[in-house]
Design a protein around this ligand. Structure first.
Ligand SMILES: C[S@@+](CC[C@H](N)C(=O)[O-])C[C@H]1O[C@@H](n2cnc3c(N)ncnc32)[C@H](O)[C@@H]1O
Length: 270
């Protein structure tokens, strides 16, 4: 585990804009999860890593009141605070720090929600322990995160295996696990939770589709960083980029994105 936690994607304007495009594609899937969780007035909700806050705004809208948040980025936390001050639903607590450092109250929350945060976290069992403590008895942890195993492209680029290794290595630099969704149900059970749901959404698309743009946006944006980590040489990364761009000109090409797994787990009542 690294001595100091750095969030590897940062909060630059480019990353913020990418998060906004990604949210536009994925927020309906999260809204459907909020429907299943029956987010409604009176519940106490904590969101971890809201980023630009589109889902935090939706949680507040459904609660008709505030939700709390833990957000590592000072830029995102301060923008969230300003947005929350404008919507009339009142002030929640925002911890601007990493989840490991947030002094969460014990037994407070009906729902703790996180989308695309757990894959960055080192030592997930330790984080889960803190979250279980913060849940009320009967409260639920709802996490949307990647089951990376489905990620593939047709036609398969020459260096795909090295690319997948580099993808894993990138998240591992800060102790994260890009495939955390695959392990969350087991880890949640080990933390004493009852797993109620593990449901996947797999987006696929060809050139010109929103799904292709979403995947290209992220992967072509980080490819140069992936090429510094070992499994994928600079030469291989350049070839992968060229083959990716060539595939984008062929209408029969296809990307199958990593599955997003909705994992819902409940704290026992007694
Ligand atoms: C990929 S973004 C996802 C943002 C948002 N949840 C969404 O789905 O659009 C990850 C977010 O988690 C935050 N984050 C990363 N590590 C964190 C940590 N250890 N504790 C709290 N927030 C963290 C980042 O600052 C960023 O806002």
């Amino acid at each position: 585990m690294p001595r100091r936690y750095d969030y590897i994607l940062g909060d630059s304007r480019i990353e913020s804009a990418r998060l906004a495009r990604q949210a536009a594609l994925w927020d309906p899937i999260s809204h459907a999860l909020f429907d299943r969780l029956r987010i409604r007035p009176g519940l106490r909700v904590l969101e971890i890593g809201p980023g630009r806050g589109s889902l935090h705004a939706e949680l507040r809208r459904r609660l008709r009141g505030p939700a709390d948040a833990v957000e590592h980025s000072a830029t995102f936390a301060s923008a969230l605070q300003s947005a929350c001050a404008r919507d009339g639903f009142g002030e929640g607590t925002i911890w601007q720090c990493g989840l490991a450092d947030a002094d969460l109250p014990a037994g407070r929350y009906d729902v703790i929600f996180a989308r695309w945060v757990f894959l960055f976290l080192p030592d997930v069992p330790r984080h889960l322990k803190r979250l279980v403590r913060a849940l009320k008895p009967g409260g639920r942890l709802a996490v949307q995160d990647y089951l990376r195993d489905t990620l593939s492209m047709v036609p398969r680029p020459t260096d795909w295996d090295a690319f997948l290794d580099a993808d894993r290595a990138f998240f591992a630099t800060q102790g994260g696990d890009v495939n955390i969704g695959a392990h969350l149900p087991t880890l949640a059970r080990a933390a004493g939770l009852l797993v109620e749901e593990a449901s996947p959404t797999i987006k696929t698309g060809g050139p010109g589709s929103r799904e292709w743009r979403w995947m290209s946006d992220y992967f072509l944006g980080v490819l140069d960083r992936y090429a510094t980590l070992g499994p994928l040489s600079k030469k291989a990364a350049a070839r992968l980029r060229a083959e990716w761009l060539a595939a984008a000109r062929e209408k029969s090409s296809l990307i199958v994105a990593p599955a997003v797994l909705d994992v819902v787990a409940r704290k026992k009542r007694g």
